[in-house]
Design a protein around this ligand. Structure first.
Ligand SMILES: Cc1cc2nc3c(=O)[nH]c(=O)nc-3n(C[C@H](O)[C@H](O)[C@H](O)COP(=O)(O)OP(=O)(O)OC[C@H]3O[C@@H](n4cnc5c(N)ncnc54)[C@H](O)[C@@H]3O)c2cc1C
Length: 365
């Protein structure tokens, strides 16, 4: 297909969108206001599952399941082509003392997911460093985490190797160019960049950009803080989650503990309160972390959207403008399916998933 597509925003969504489109269109340009892959997609934890998958709509579940199956091959493909390993690390996940355990198990039975109740003694045997006092546990085998900073680094390297892709970093887009009701480009500080199609994948900033066209997209920044420990490689064999807080083991023994959920505009400053609260959660989950140093503490801005259902598809009334944004707490897990569906829609291919629940039509003010 003969087209130049401009992708606004180079987080995991914009980068993977560009990667998929590069095989199907002539030229792809990715513009990011900073360096690509340094915002939410870098800051996230990288669990390849929603935190409580049974609490989401079938729309989120459909994207999550497709992506979960696809992640290992995506990781292998990127590693083989770039030498950067996104480390898709399959550890399984224990949920402890859940209030809605029955709903979780019913959902898993319906969806055919490998989630089951386990004796707490079995959970303590499997994860000997788990804190005392947990009364109930459920376990889902096969859940992975991805080392998201490496995932975006690998995607960047893969795109840099493609002759028909241009990455324009430090290139903020301030608005869209329109001619006769059609979006024909974007406004950069150096002038207009023409495009046959424009994709808005600017994460938490997407709503601001769409507002320049008088459209209300309910995507807003939701701050999340995380802390990082470094332990022995075999310290934590599985991911564990209790009371909304989780610990994620990387292959090399780094343990991420997250996260907060704060409505603080675009402020990304890590705070002492969150540090204390995350440390307390970490010690409750894994008491040995009391003696471990926090080696990093950061915040990122999730692209918050109603019910966490992303916007994927064309913007009605503005031909040439497309959305792939609003992935809220699940942008890393949902990225492969979202970006496959997106490139199917833009190129007129048969969509891998029913696109109806994600269509912007009827969801913009
Ligand atoms: C603490 C925390 C933990 C998380 N844990 C998980 C998890 O375990 N699993 C999971 O699936 N998800 C998780 N997430 C959510 C996930 O990180 C996000 O949903 C996902 O990264 C969103 O990707 P994105 O590409 O839409 O946004 P971003 O990664 O934020 O990318 C948007 C890009 O757009 C650029 N941009 C913005 N405005 C402009 C402009 N005007 N012009 C040009 N460029 C612009 C930005 O610079 C940025 O690079 C977590 C998030 C946080 C903060």
């Amino acid at each position: 297909m003969s087209k130049q597509v401009v992708v606004v925003g180079g987080g995991v969504i914009g980068l993977l969108t560009a990667f998929n489109l590069a095989a199907r269109v002539d030229q792809v340009v990715v513009c990011d206001q900073g360096e690509v892959g340094r915002e939410s997609s870098w800051a996230g934890g990288g669990i390849v599952s929603p935190l409580y998958p049974w609490r989401y709509s079938p729309a989120v579940t459909a994207l999550a399941h497709w992506s979960q199956d696809f992640y290992p091959q995506l990781g292998e493909r990127l590693f083989a082509s770039t030498g950067i390993d996104p480390e898709v690390h399959t550890t399984g996940l224990y949920w402890l003392d859940l209030d809605d355990e029955a709903e979780a198990l019913a959902w898993a039975a319906r969806e055919g997911r490998p989630l089951s109740a386990v004796d707490t003694s079995a959970a303590y045997d499997a994860v000997p460093v788990l804190g005392p006092g947990f009364k109930r546990a459920i376990f889902m085998a096969g859940v992975a985490n991805v080392r998201n900073p490496r995932l975006v680094k690998a995607l960047k390297a893969a795109l840099q190797a493609l002759p028909n892709v241009t990455l324009r970093e430090h290139c903020p887009i301030s608005g869209f160019v329109q001619q006769a009701g059609r979006v024909t480009g974007v406004q950069t500080a150096e002038g207009v960049l023409a495009a046959d199609e424009v994709v808005l994948s600017a994460g938490a900033w997407s709503g601001d950009l769409l507002r320049t066209l008088g459209l209300a997209l309910p995507v807003e920044p939701v701050k999340g803080q995380m802390i990082l420990f470094k332990c022995a490689e075999d310290f934590l064999p599985s991911m564990v989650l209790a009371k909304g807080r989780y610990a994620i083991p990387r292959r090399d023994g780094h343990i991420l503990v997250g996260s907060t959920l704060e409505h603080a505009g675009y402020d990304k400053t890590p705070t002492e309160d969150a540090l204390a609260s995350l440390k307390a959660s970490a010690i409750e989950l894994l008491p040995q972390l009391k003696d471990a140093a926090v080696v990093a503490h950061w915040a990122g801005l999730r692209p918050g959207s109603p019910e966490g259902v992303p916007y994927i598809g064309p913007v009605p009334g503005h031909e040439g403008l497309w959305l792939n944004c609003g992935h809220y707490r699940n942008g890393l897990v949902l990225a492969p399916a979202s970006c496959q569906l997106f490139s199917d829609l833009l190129t007129g291919a048969r969509p891998v998933i029913d696109p109806a629940p994600y269509a912007p039509a009827g969801r913009l003010g």
